[in-house]
Write a protein that binds this ligand. Structure first.
Ligand code: FAD
Length: 400
């Protein structure tokens, strides 16, 4: 029988195993995961699981028996350390090796570490794994002041979770607004207001130079007292295997729209893949849940030698305090002409549209639901729109 190997037992790896079986593959599937847990979802780690409202059982991608039931060999607590493309073999940390006919790289990403003194001290937390979440959870219960370095999605979600538990939080961000690069100033301001309204000490435009025992030191010498520190300064794709095997890597493993690497027997999906997107006309590496959920269907089809391309628009959601939102589309930093709002921005119940000329590039619905499909349709079809029509809540989005 054919042997397909998946390296990385996160959401993308697990969904690829599922997609292979759904698409009729009856050969061998080996899923190799460095973590000691069966595949789980990370979004609850900065939300419900951190706050104690989601049970541990609720984070796993599949029930425990699923892998045996679907004849998927799960090798946990074992990392792939070498990839020999000529021999079609993956070497493992336990000294063993597995041979493959087709290989999927689903190795995800890992937190970036800032190059400052103290970044590895015991009271400094990062958030990627269940273990990271559990140690942060303990901290929430025992500290009164947390410093969060980085006002990105993870830093802000953790801030919201921790504030609910009554901890004082100072967020330190080098940019002039939170999420500025991804959202631009118009919508980033909404997130700044949200956090300040909930008592967060949001310190913008500041440089952290050192993490000390008693807190964080800024570039100008100011000391921010904190009992613990969370660092959320982004993630970097886990590309070591691909680099070692000589596959093209450029902010992730470079793949075509079928998610195939330069080696026809190797595909990549999820956070690690920098994939050509036919609709956007360029490569994008998407570090979001929906991408890790859906790309594997295409990766599986490609492994099976079928024609498939991944054309889903990037999609992301977040929950912070009383703000829930969905974002669909893709905008390069500064790559839009204007943002048009529909609804009540001050009341945080609105839709924001990012436009280039008269085309919608992306949309974000905040505390308004069931509008993602019409927003997607506007982006996909490139329907010309006017700012006036977009801003008019009386005009249904599918009638613009
Ligand atoms: P990962 O989840 O990183 O899984 C990769 C796995 O591969 C890991 O278990 C890793 O240990 C393993 N691995 C790596 N190298 C090797 C190797 N050499 N050998 C064996 N195993 C290896 N997205 C959203 O859209 N909305 C959210 O609200 C949201 N919240 C998030 C909150 C947190 C705290 C985090 C960390 C992420 C969040 N995300 C969110 C992003 C989302 O979780 C990721 O996009 C998704 O986990 C990517 O899945 P993946 O399978 O590609 O990679």
């Amino acid at each position: 029988p054919q042997r397909f190997v998946i390296v990385g037992a996160g959401l993308a790896g697990a969904k690829a195993a599922e997609a292979l079986r759904e698409q009729g593959f009856d050969g061998r599937i080996t899923l190799i995961g460095a973590e000691p847990h069966r595949p789980y979802e990370r979004p609850p780690l900065s939300k419900g699981y951190l706050m104690g409202t989601t049970e541990r059982a609720g984070v796993f991608v599949h029930p425990e028996g699923w892998y045996a039931d679907h004849d998927v060999e799960l090798r946990l607590g074992v990392a792939a350390t070498g990839l020999d493309r000529g021999a079609h073999r993956v070497e493992l940390t336990d000294g063993g090796a597995v041979e493959y006919d087709k290989l999927l790289l689903a190795t995800g990403a890992r937190p970036r570490t800032p190059p400052i003194p103290g970044a590895h001290a015991p009271h400094v937390h990062y958030l990627r794994t269940i273990e990271d979440c559990e140690s942060l959870k303990e901290v929430i219960g025992s500290v009164s002041r947390l410093a969060v370095i980085g006002a990105g999605w993870i830093g802000l979600e953790v801030t919201a979770a921790v504030r609910r538990a009554g901890v004082e939080v100072t967020v330190l961000e080098v940019a002039e607004l939170p999420l500025l690069r991804v959202l631009g100033p118009e919508v980033a301001r909404v997130f700044a207001g949200l956090h300040r309204d909930h008592g967060v000490d949001l310190r913008l435009g500041v440089v952290v130079s050192e993490i000390t025992r008693s807190g964080v030191r800024l570039g100008d010498g100011e000391e921010i007292p904190a009992d613990a520190v969370l660092v959320g300064v982004g993630a970097e794709p886990e590309v070591r295997l691909a680099v070692q095997a000589g596959l093209p890597v450029d902010d992730g493993v470079v793949v075509d729209a079928a998610l195939r690497t330069a080696d026809p027997d190797i595909v990549a999906a999820g956070d690690v893949a920098n994939a050509h997107h036919p609709l956007l006309g360029r490569r994008v590496r998407v570090e979001h849940w929906a991408n890790a959920l859906k790309q594997p269907r295409v990766a599986a089809a490609t492994m099976l030698g079928r024609e498939a391309t991944y054309e889903e628009l990037p999609y992301f959601y977040t929950d912070q305090f009383d703000l829930g939102m969905e974002y669909v589309g893709h905008v390069e930093p500064g790559g839009y002409d204007q943002v048009v709002f529909r609804g009540d921005v001050a009341g945080r119940e609105f839709i924001a549209f990012w436009l280039s000329g008269d085309r919608v590039l992306a949309g974000m619905n905040v505390n308004i639901w069931d509008v993602v499909e019409p927003i997607k349709a506007l982006i996909r079809t490139g329907t010309p729109v006017t700012a006036q029509a977009l801003a008019d809540p009386g005009l249904p989005l599918d009638k613009l």
